[in-house]
Design a protein around this ligand. Structure first.
Ligand SMILES: [Zn+2]
Length: 399
């Protein structure tokens, strides 16, 4: 099957300069309408997209020629018309590698974002052996899915690549150093090139919060017109900022490190080398530390701490309450700085949003805000990180 040219991390930066934007936007629109409504006829596509029939036909022919979509069986409509329905090409897929400081997940997804299989990768203790273990797991996953054609590997990391540094002078850049990932102890900057060399597949890497922000837009959970901040609450806290129609990357790709804004100069040391950063008081780790302080015994894993809180355990509840208050204060800072339309929270706390959401919002509103954004957990919060891999790869491939 012909593969489109190897994608590069370039679309987002080129948006403002490109004159292909309307065509790209329409391609994206048509593809996503087919994804969301398949099987669908060309006539219905024109109706739901609001585009002219001729434009729809042109884009559909392109997407068919590139095999992103396929023609399905004929449909039956009243009055004897029999349109051909369109579907995404179910043979194509994307691999998702979601690197977490505490666990790394590898998954196979189809182009619609459906997770077809997923495994945890057991990473060796020795930092030098980690990349080999990841490469090995990916090769096995590809072999186990030999009937599928993969368009790439989307990789979300708890860190930030300095893309400019790498692209401006890749030969002289030490990739291990071109990443800010204070919660990871192995050479994470090398993983992209090693996996590309081993598999021949393009690997699209981004910070997990950026990837989730892109995913919100790609999968249409937000309209792409309004500004949005994704806050990933995990071992640390990362944010992805989507503003003015693109991900805001900042100098050195380091925009969005609100987790490392100091909120208490006398606070605990942070993995970044500073003290009292927001993530030291509002991350999962902080919640577990509060439990240890309150209950005077070691905290269970964060997942189980959430279960305790949900079950009404006083120490469990108080520790999650404290974490939520700290979270709300930080979100107040973000809302004040950026005035996004929406803040989307990703992370282990999202299944308990009915419990934590009101606490976070109350704390946020305790101090007046010029504009209060909508706050919501990510759509299918626990799958958001894996699904973002499809957005990373498809955003580059399709556009
Ligand atoms: Zn820090």
């Amino acid at each position: 099957m012909p593969r489109p040219p190897t994608p590069r991390l370039s679309f987002i930066n080129k948006v403002s300069a490109s004159n292909k934007i309307p065509r790209q936007i329409n391609r994206n629109l048509i593809f996503n309408q087919i994804r969301a409504r398949q099987p669908i006829s060309r006539a219905d596509l024109a109706r739901v997209s609001g585009l002219q029939r001729s434009t729809v036909s042109l884009i559909v022919e392109e997407l068919l020629a590139e095999r992103w979509i396929v023609e399905g069986p004929m449909g039956r409509l009243p009055r004897g018309r029999r349109p051909t329905f369109l579907n995404l090409n179910g043979q194509r897929g994307v691999l998702a590698l979601d690197v977490h400081p505490s666990q790394t997940t590898l998954a196979v997804l189809d182009l619609s974002g459906k997770i077809l299989s997923q495994n945890l990768i057991a990473l060796p203790e020795d930092p030098k052996k980690v990349i080999a273990a990841i490469v090995d797991a990916i090769q096995k996953m590809i072999a186990a899915n030999s009937e599928r054609s993969f368009d790439g590997i989307g990789m979300s990391l708890p860190g930030r690549f300095n893309l400019q540094l790498r692209e401006s002078n890749p030969a002289r850049t030490n990739p291990a150093r071109s990443i800010f990932a204070p919660n990871v102890s192995w050479p994470i900057g090398l993983v992209k090139s090693r996996v590309e060399d081993a598999t021949g597949l393009p690997v699209v890497v981004d910070n997990v919060a950026n990837a989730c922000a892109l995913s919100e837009v790609w999968f249409g959970d937000t309209d792409g017109m309004h500004d949005l901040v994704v806050v990933n609450v995990s071992e640390g806290i990362g944010t992805g900022i989507f503003a003015n129609g693109r991900i805001i990357r900042g100098e050195g790709g380091l925009a969005g490190e609100f987790g490392h804004v100091q909120v208490d100069p006398n606070g605990l040391p942070c993995s970044c080398g500073s003290r009292g950063c927001w993530e030291t008081v509002a991350s999962n780790r902080a919640g577990m530390r509060y439990y240890t302080e309150i209950a005077k015994k070691p905290s269970p894993a964060f997942e189980n701490l959430l279960k305790l809180a949900a079950a009404g355990d006083p120490a469990g509840k108080e520790s999650i309450d404290r974490m939520c208050i700290a979270l709300g204060r930080g979100l107040h800072m973000i809302a004040t700085a950026l005035a996004p339309t929406e803040i989307v929270v990703v992370g282990d706390i999202t299944p308990l949003w009915y419990l934590v959401g009101p606490l976070v919002e109350a704390e946020m509103r305790r101090n007046p805000l010029v504009r209060v954004p909508r706050i919501r957990p990510a759509h299918e919060g626990n799958k958001a990180r894996l699904r973002s891999a499809v957005a990373l790869v498809m955003h580059e491939n399709l556009l």
